[in-house]
Ligand binder design. Sequence first.
Ligand SMILES: [Cu+2]
Length: 363
Amino acid sequence: MREHPPARRSRRTPLLVGVLGMAAVVLAACGDAEQNALDPAGPYAQAPHDLIIPVFWVALAVFVFVQGLIIVSVIRFRTRKDDDGSLPKQIHGNTRAEIVWTVIPAVILAVIAVPTVQGIFEVMDEPEDYLTVEVIGHRWWFEYYYPDYDIYTANEFAIPVGRPVRLEMTAADLARSPDLGVIHSFWVPRLAGKQDLIPGQTTFLNIQADEPGRYLGQCAEYCGLSHVNMRIRVEAYEEAEFEAWVEQQTTPAAIPADGTLEAQGRELFLELGDGRLACASCHQVWEDGPRNPGQGPDLTHLMSRLEFAGAIHDMTEENLREWLRDPNSMKPMQYEINGLGMPNLDLTDDELDALVAYMLSLD
Ligand SMILES: [Cu+2]
């Protein structure tokens, strides 16, 4: 049998891998910095940021000191040409050194603990004059409910600039959908730290944006197949714009005029036929009566959102059509296996035309 020649690995390989790895990290950091925890946009992100920075410098000083000692030792005590091969003098135990290297880190940690604990209370405390938004984590999208206004929305939600918003969060479980209940984590790095959403429990997270704009985030706790497709979009509006948004969201959906393609779409939405599940059995387009969102996102003002399906697809006609034609191709959900997400309803081209027209009319 022929022997393989020994694999020839350049001695530079580890160096090359290291350099490329560093380059990747640096390049990644140069990309869109919309989810940058080091660029806080409100007090609840500022507080942890104000802790991270001094702790970073302390850690850097410790790192440089320890690495410096290692480098000095390596150079000073290296094997020399005239080394006779005997072991260096063996020593064991040095009470003074041990006390010093135990006390110094203990003091550093104790000092850091003071502002840390203070900061935790600061960001967790119930703020004054806040807006409540209930957040429900579903597999795999976030739902938002405003108890003050009776507004349901999904994926994207609006907050007023400069005012604390207290999120009351939980995760969907069997009480709501076929979801057995898993933990999600809400994270919009520029607005606050992370907080878990736990089935059967309520957790709280304060957020606030000091400038109007769009703040991006995502589920930060692995929650199954489409965990990566579960994004968060926060629109921070000036007071007047926020009120206009509330006004729009609390207006019932307009019913399309008889005989139009949109009206046909609405009929199909309410009743699909051929034994297929109606859209309305999972989605609400609220026209009157109580708001009751069902197991899928509320679609009353679908067009007021820029993205759909966990905010991963742009709200375009083509995307919506493809979503209705074969949802699983746009976002892995496997409804047929686990009952989660949206089923493929075998819609015909005519049904797609009408339903898409209806969706596009929901502004
Ligand atoms: Cu999740």
